[in-house]
Design a protein around this ligand. Structure first.
Ligand code: NAD
Length: 393
């Protein structure tokens, strides 16, 4: 297939672009390097020293003979994304190109507005470009499990059948997101659903859980293909952060009681889920929702798993409970369905001690690049201004 990967210089996008290319698909990456700029803005860096995208792509070509085309530009500019659609003619567009950090979106007014404009306008541009240039093109959009929040009932995959005053209907599952970032994803979902209905577009919304890991078969092929490993309080996902903390003997920072339970998945499953969605497209007019995660854990369970693996490796690690900077339930009911991708053939890589061991080993390998100051949560949901390290967006 011809697949455009928007956000292909990022954590999930880079792994996905290489995986799809290795499977024989014709791939193009679209990115404006905004994420590298946000790292500069916050004074943070990925634990792993990622190379410039052009160098990554050159290495991939030298190793495999496969060309990944590159389009550098901003998805939130309509003329740019419509010219990509015209020139590359994708059969599927995988849309990762958004600002994806909840704390970043909660820094202050500027960051909240930026997040929502970047994300909502980017997706809206893509919808219009697909309608104008090729309404048959399948949109595979990355949403998040955070769109649902933590309701006191089971979470379904996108839709809920309810009975009300003697009548029954199947409706979008209620959304109770927990940050301006998660809200941007809800707004995206509504816009995509609307355009499937009125223009007959076809789309799959992948409500992804929290991704962990950094290694896929493809990035292992050469040091120059190494993927991001974010560990800071703004962009670091929780398991990656705990492994970096364990590597330098810094306490694992659990927010509040640590009963916050979420869906998680290995990055090797992210890339496979994307391919499955592309190979099995939604029908014209269909807005399909898959919950893309493989297991659920509480934050405290993950901290305990990292602590116990670290101990076996001879590392002493404590768990610190910090006041929760976020406004969220610290212990709650959580049971989310996730069978649709398994039905399409996903065989999950479940979290094992050996995976945690390998993540801690990666963190040990690059431990000189770890700045412990970046572990401390600085962005507080209750404050209207959190621009300690920032101010220039
Ligand atoms: P990332 O920040 O590593 O990558 C996003 C990429 O998109 C970056 O390379 C960035 O430069 C690019 N980008 C952002 N805005 C752009 C724009 N306007 N034009 C062009 N390029 C732009 O993020 P990630 O962790 O790879 O996440 C990818 C997607 O998956 C996001 O939409 C995110 O919401 C979703 N997701 C991620 C996770 C996770 O755990 N990482 C979990 C759930 C959902």
């Amino acid at each position: 297939m011809r697949i455009a990967v928007l956000g292909g210089d990022g954590y999930c996008g880079w792994a996905t672009a290489l995986y799809l290319s290795s499977k024989g698909h014709t791939v193009a990456i679209v990115d404006n390097f905004a994420r590298r700029q946000w790292d500069h803005e916050l004074g943070v860096q990925t634990l792993t020293p990622i190379r410039p995208l052009t160098e990554r792509l050159k290495t991939w070509y030298e190793l495999t003979g496969k060309v990944i085309e590159l389009f550098v530009g901003d998805v939130s500019e309509y003329d740019f994304i419509s010219s990509v659609m015209k020139s590359f003619e994708p059969e599927a567009v995988v849309h990762f190109a958004e600002q994806r950090s909840a704390p970043y979106s909660m820094i202050d007014h500027k960051h909240a507005v930026f997040t929502q404009v970047n994300n909502v306008v980017g997706t809206l541009n893509l919808l219009f470009a697909v309608r104008e240039i090729d309404p048959d093109c399948h949109i595979v959009k990355l949403g998040t499990m955070g769109e649902y929040g933590t309701p006191n009932i089971d979470i379904e995959e996108g839709y809920l059948t309810i009975e009300h005053n003697g009548r029954t209907d199947t409706l979008p599952f209620p959304k109770q997101p927990g940050s301006f970032y998660h809200l941007s994803k809800v707004h995206d979902s509504h816009n995509i659903m609307f355009t499937c209905k009125v223009w007959g577009l076809r789309a799959t919304d992948l409500n992804q859980g929290v991704v962990y890991g950094t290694v896929t078969d493809e990035v292992l092929m050469d040091e120059a293909l190494i993927n991001r490993f974010d560990y800071d309080e703004v962009f670091g996902t929780v398991l990656n952060r705990f492994c970096a903390q364990a590597a330098i003997g810094s306490p694992l920072t659990v927010y509040g009681k640590g009963g916050q339970t979420r869906g998680f998945l290995d990055i090797r499953d992210t890339v496979r889920c994307i391919e499955l969605a592309c190979l099995n497209p939604a029908k014209r007019g269909e807005f399909r929702v898959f919950n893309q995660f493989t297991e659920q854990f509480s934050v405290l369970e993950l901290a305990q798993a990292v602590k116990s693996v670290a101990k076996e490796m001879g590392l002493r690690v404590e768990i610190d409970h910090l006041p929760d900077p976020r406004v969220e339930a610290e212990s709650h009911y959580y049971n989310a369905k996730h069978s649709k991708l398994a039905d399409l053939g996903l065989e999950p890589h479940l979290l094992s001690n050996s995976l945690v061991d390998s993540l801690i080993n990666i963190a040990l390998q690059y431990r000189d690049r770890i700045d412990p100051a970046l572990f401390t949560p600085q962005v507080n949901w209750r404050a209207a201004r959190n621009e300690r390290r920032t101010g220039n967006v």
